[in-house]
Design a protein around this ligand. Sequence first.
Ligand SMILES: *Cc1c(COP(=O)(O)O)cnc(C)c1O
Length: 338
Amino acid sequence: MAYITLNKQNFLKNLEIIAKKTKDKDKIALVLKDNAYGHGLDIISSLASEFGIKKAVVKDEDEADKIKEKFEYILILSDKPKNPQKNYYYTINDINEINNFKSGVNVELKVDSGMHRNGISFDELELAFEKIKQKNLNLCGVFSHHGCADELSPVWFTQEQSFKEIVKTSKDLAKKYGYNLHFHIDNSASLFRRDKMIYDFARVGIAAYGCLEFEKDFIKPPLKPVLSLWAKKISSRKLNKGDRVGYGGTFTAKKDMVVSNYDIGYGDGFLRILSNNYQTPDGYKIAGRVSMDNSSFITDEDEILVFDDARAVAVYANTISYEVLTSLKKKIPRILLD
Ligand SMILES: *Cc1c(COP(=O)(O)O)cnc(C)c1O
């Protein structure tokens, strides 16, 4: 069976590099959404908690339920409270949502600083505070999200400026309505492009998994990928020159050669767009189309390392490491290596 190995030392080293940047483990909110970016929520949340991380970020309450004993603070990015816990903090993404929250629950207000994806607008801030107060919600934080932190784009600066205004106005409103707030906007890229942190904590995902990417002008921290994907041989065959391989026969042997079929396919999350267009770290090329449960490579090794850096796969697939990682299905066993 195909399997995933997780490099514990690389993960812990990445957390150390991040903690050095934030100057304090308490200023890291580790993003664990989507099965910890495909790494496996159980293993990653345990390692992070043992390391001393106290804050986590997830997508929904189901994910929060699985890690609720391990963190003091869990930010839920997009879900309504069904079974709220003391350490759950729900995001208000739209002003019209406020009435749907049960009174008494912890909430954080997301404000749009220019990405125009989620969050209330600056003009709605006062009204939002008023509605939150009326509904008797426990407002704990105001945050935003950068859309261009990994690019040399002026948008980063306008969002920075806009968040500054949001923080200033929110502080005044917090006084008026009697709230004690924290503020955060950084994801991995925006944390590392700053000289020094300015807000209360950073929501860090991809950096912890070692696949942070920046345009070439930025300083790159020495983070290392954590996840490797391995596959096992199902069968080997000798091809004669001119033989074709796989669905549609899209690969033709240019000479006599050996190909083997391995137990990894798009049903496992190994992207089909890599058909005839991928080479493993050891130099084995894919022959033909990626099938649902298997793919052929030009080698006869019993087991192959499919990838050990999702960024390299992302280049072939014309996507980002986030998609390569989160595509990996839960059914693939995750093995932690010391
Ligand atoms: C996913 C996510 C993050 C983490 O982003 P990285 O680039 O992986 O560090 C932070 N904040 C929000 C709101 C997110 O959705």
